[in-house]
Design a protein around this ligand. Sequence first.
Ligand code: ZN
Length: 496
Amino acid sequence: MNTLEEYTELLARIDRINSAVSLLQWDQRTKIPRDGHAGRAETLGTLSRMAFELATSDRLGALLDELRGRDGLSPVEQASLRVVGRDYARHKAIPPDLFERFTVARVRSESAWELAKEASDFPSFSPHLSEMIDFARQFAELFGYEDAPYDALLEEYEPGMTARTLRSIIEPLREALVPLLRHLIDDGTPPETSFLEGCFDVSAQRQLAARALQAIGYDFRAGRLDDTTHPFTIGIGPGDTRVTNRYHEDLVLSGLFSALHEGGHALYDQGIPDELRPLGIADGSSYGVHESQSRLWENMVGRSLPFWRHFRAAMVDVFPALDGCSAEEFYAATNTAQPSLIRVEADEVTYNLHIMLRFELEQALLSGDLAVDDAPDAWREGIRDTLGVEPTCDADGVLQDVHWSAGMFAYFPSYMLGNLYAAQLYATARRENQDLESSIEQGDPRVLLGWLRERIHRHGQIFDPVELIERVTGEAPSPVHFIDYLTEKYSAVYGL
Ligand code: ZN
């Protein structure tokens, strides 16, 4: 076996172990009986450790070194060395005993957060948050960075992105979003949504979600749809990418849009070639690019008039009581803007403002400019200044997201970048495909899906996010397209 064969065989072995891990995780979050959790956690621990040991093995390090010095590698093989080598270096940067301590502390921190959130009791969580911040600082130093420690953490989710670039994107975005929101609320007429109030049978909603997945081109021969409490999409292995969803009787749009969101993630996964698996680059380019695919189908498509001209029939078929509603009414009702406290329930206009607050606060926490005990007040102030609403309890404020409790700092910007990338990609797709919107109106997702397959999906992790976006759209990531898209859509819906 030559070096390259040994390298791909080792990566394929890791990929197959991870495939088993994914299947067990899917089961853990959908079907497992209550008493099965403890045993499952043990099995998952063992398998994950096996994959981790291979991914950090000296043998992999030696193979990477040998291959790096070699001429004549294809661009795809070079991309593999870049991505696998980067992960390897990051894993190796953390001493095993430090990582072990972090893993134990994280479990404690997450359960403390859960209890603290339930009781809206920040002081009981604050020592754990301090501990997680301290780990993050140590990791940033070990990973290394050029400009700011934050960049070292950001690299995990958005390779190549920096806090400085993020700020240059966020400033113009904030300057556009805050007045747009004011203008809509002060001068606009909010769309009618009362026809969507009431009780909507859950099994009918489940059918509707399946039809939504079909409408965007999700391949049910290579996946399935199941119930869960927190919707997620998971790639199990070749030919198997699963979507999960949840339904609320009184919120019919919530289940529909989370299905479209997860479906967007799943389409990306289904479009990545299996040949990239043994090269270790069969994933999305970044968290932000992955999120761009979910947001694109959920928002640019799912909340558009062409989509509703087609999908109205499915809606009425499943819920005959809605027969009196036009496509225009459904479309308008899916595009409302309202300042609110909770990020995951926020609309397209306000969502990124929630992210900006978290971005500012986590930077200040990591740098020490903000003391942990002052975080709840800083949160209240921040959300009041940007959105004009104020939480009455920390459960709706600084305690609302799980991320910091799990040591995930610098994760939030990926959500925002996902929205911006989605708008930038969709603008390019429209420019390059004159028939894009008419095809969506006819219920045919193939023009858009084919374009995404060709320009984004088939590359897996061959390109880092900034390079990928530049190659596809001809410019660096920018907030301009998102601002244009929102202004145009919401001005029309609000009659401005
Ligand atoms: Zn998502």
